[in-house]
Unconditional design. Structure first.
Length: 641
């Protein structure tokens, strides 16, 4: 689903037409870039480089609209299968589907700004044989200098693009800086091509610069002086890049080829080699994640639909369930200066409101003064909100019901318009969510943390607090995943984007089958029993034809990135099911972990007696208030037999 960014009353939608590897090694595309430049660029935009070192880039356009008014489109993507970019770009593009998902009819587009006439920016401008404008009611805006150079840029442009637009009366030639509306201005930014232009959107005190190919890679944010091999005038492009970033002081960059479409503007300085022994943090278009940001957000939203407290985060996060996982994610996103609202209940909510949420880690303690609520109210959520579901699986249905019909600024509901991230154990939450939410993003959670006392979460993960694989349900990955992953990276997590995220979640399910045993028996789990509970899970998944990661693959993925260390001299007490028994919450997620294996076994004819017995025993422990780790082993063995 396309990613939105709201500036005041204006909504900007990123439309990804396609993505793929660039046809040329990135070292040849940016011949002056050093190893230090690349290291910093990869920290800022980790999705731009593949495992084998190729430059991976999206091809993106942007839609600008205020309310239900007409749409201004910036660039026209790579186009259909027979488009001019077919020789090198991943055609056919998916622009028609992206527009439909954003609720945009091509007939409602009244302006198309072509930043320049390279083939990956004009693909849907004119389509078919004979060529006709794809947007039938739009004026197509091109700088005069670009039009004069059209034949030089591509000999096919005069007949294939310019003539059909002129014949339809839809070509509008502009000359220099041009104001289109009180909020939208065209800026000449020549150099990449002779008549390249960018778009500046101003709303309230925020300014978004639609860069076009003024900026094609994060390495040019690290050092704007770096030349790109495909600029017709590198010196002029360098001047335009620096002038646009400095003179107009954009707060946000909307870029066609960076993996995150909306990037807060950093201070552009060259990247020297990092001093020995200094932790540089993870930088994603703003200050290091090590920068403290202990501030209090006054409300979930303010009246103008902008980030509370005057921040300029690309997205706002509502963490539904501020326990071990949600509390850790919320506090560390806040430390990275993202806008965060926590959803909690009972004594935990009271403590957060009174004293803040304290996160205790191996390297110290943080108390974050965050907005905390018990659910949605009648105020519309901003359109750039991300809902992050971190409640236990047994509480998913209630949380989904509470938030699905929450209103969203500009119309519609959360279920219709907002992305929902399921950062939970188990594999049943995503299917339940998709019944109510159109845009669901599963997360495989490796995050060792504990929540036992109101207002306090203990996070044992080290050196990173956790690894959070993210993708889209039922499969694939998109710009929303990449934007969320970038924010999680900035907060200190390791956040790989995975199109096969469910495969990772099923692998994690097998690991979580031991949670119930730990809750019952504590640390004294017989090895044979642990092996049996997992073996039943592996057999059930095999019978169902469900792929999952292996322990070896998971260990290699984590490496030394996420381990566990004591906090204040104490090791982690126990897993999520153990914590539910220890806190006496009255329910556990065992029926969504071991119960998932029992379900698959019954569906596919696989016996799962150990998992069924663990379910029964944990429910009995809850019912009879048996302390965590105190269930008699002999009783469990009888239940298995």
């Amino acid at each position: 689903m396309p990613l939105n960014r709201t500036l005041g009353s204006i909504t900007v939608t990123a439309l990804t037409d396609g993505e793929g590897a660039f046809f040329q090694p990135r070292a040849e595309a940016f011949p002056q870039a050093t190893a230090a430049h690349w290291a910093e660029a990869d920290r800022r935009d980790p999705g731009s480089v593949t495992a084998d070192g190729q430059w991976w880039l999206p091809f993106r356009s942007f839609a600008i609209r205020s309310g239900d008014g007409p749409v201004t489109l910036v660039d026209a993507g790579i186009g259909p299968a027979d488009a001019p970019a077919a020789s090198w770009a991943p055609v056919p593009g998916r622009m028609p589907a992206e527009l439909a998902a954003a609720g945009i009819d091509p007939a409602n587009v009244d302006m198309v700004v072509l930043t320049h006439l390279h083939s990956d920016h004009i693909g849907w401008a004119v389509t078919g044989t004979p060529g006709r404008p794809y947007f039938p009611n739009a004026s197509y805006l091109v700088q005069r200098a670009e039009l004069d150079a059209a034949e030089t840029l591509n000999p096919g442009l005069p007949a294939g693009l310019i003539a059909p637009l002129r014949a339809a009366g839809q070509l509008r030639v502009v000359d220099g800086e041009t104001t289109l509306t009180p909020a939208v201005r065209l800026l000449p930014t020549p150099g990449h091509t002779p008549g390249h232009q960018s778009v500046l959107l101003t709303s309230a005190d925020e300014r978004m610069l639609f860069t076009g190919d003024l900026l094609v890679h994060a390495v040019q944010l690290v050092d704007p002086d770096l030349a790109y091999a495909h600029e017709v005038d590198p010196d002029l492009a360098r001047t335009s890049r620096r002038a646009a970033l400095r003179a107009h002081s954009p707060t946000v960059l909307a870029t066609p080829h960076l993996n995150t479409p909306f990037t807060p503007t950093p201070t552009p300085t060259p990247a020297p080699p990092p001093p020995s022994g200094v932790d540089q943090g993870v930088v994603v278009g703003r200050e290091s994640r090590n920068t403290p940001a202990a501030r209090h957000h006054n409300s979930m939203i303010d009246g103008g639909g902008r980030a509370a407290g005057g921040q300029n985060e690309p997205m706002r996060y509502v963490i539904i369930g501020a326990g071990a996982v949600g509390g850790t994610i919320g506090v560390l996103l806040d430390q990275a200066e993202r806008h965060v609202t926590l959803v909690a209940r009972g004594a935990h909510l009271d403590a957060i409101r009174a004293r803040g949420l304290t996160l205790r880690r191996p390297d110290g303690e943080i108390t974050a003064r965050l907005t905390a609520v018990d659910g949605p109210d009648d105020r519309p959520l901003p359109a750039d909100t991300v809902l992050v579901l971190t409640v236990k699986s047994q509480d998913t249905a209630g949380a989904l019901a509470a938030w699905v019909d929450a209103p969203v600024a500009g119309g519609g509901t959360a279920g219709e318009r907002l992305p929902l991230v399921t950062a939970q154990n188990g594999v049943a939450n995503e299917r339940a969510a998709l019944r109510l939410f159109a845009d669901v993003h599963p997360v495989c959670v490796w995050l060792p943390a504990t929540h036992l006392d109101p207002g306090v979460v203990v996070s044992n993960g080290h050196p990173h607090p956790g690894m959070l694989h993210i993708g889209r349900y039922p499969g694939g990955a998109d710009d929303t995943d990449r934007a969320i992953a970038a924010d999680l990276d900035a907060a200190g997590f390791v956040a790989p984007v995975r199109a096969d995220v469910l495969r990772w979640k099923y692998g994690k399910l097998l690991s979580n089958l031991g949670n119930g045993l730990q809750a019952l028996l504590g640390q004294g789990i017989p090895d044979a029993l642990a092996e049996r509970v997992r073996a039943e899970g592996v057999a059930a998944l095999a019978a169902a034809g469900i792929a999952h990661t292996s322990p070896e693959e998971e260990k290699a993925e984590r490496g030394d990135l996420v381990g566990q260390r004591p906090v204040d001299g104490e090791a982690r007490s126990g897993g999520s099911t153990w914590q539910s028994l220890a806190r006496g919450t009255g329910s556990t997620e065992v029926d969504h972990l071991n119960g998932e294996v029992a379900l698959l076994g019954r569906l596919h004819g696989v016996a799962t007696p150990v998992n069924v017995a663990v379910q029964r025993a944990v429910r009995r422990a809850v019912r009879e208030r048996i302390a965590a780790g105190a269930f008699p082993l002999v009783e469990l063995e009888k239940m298995i037999a």
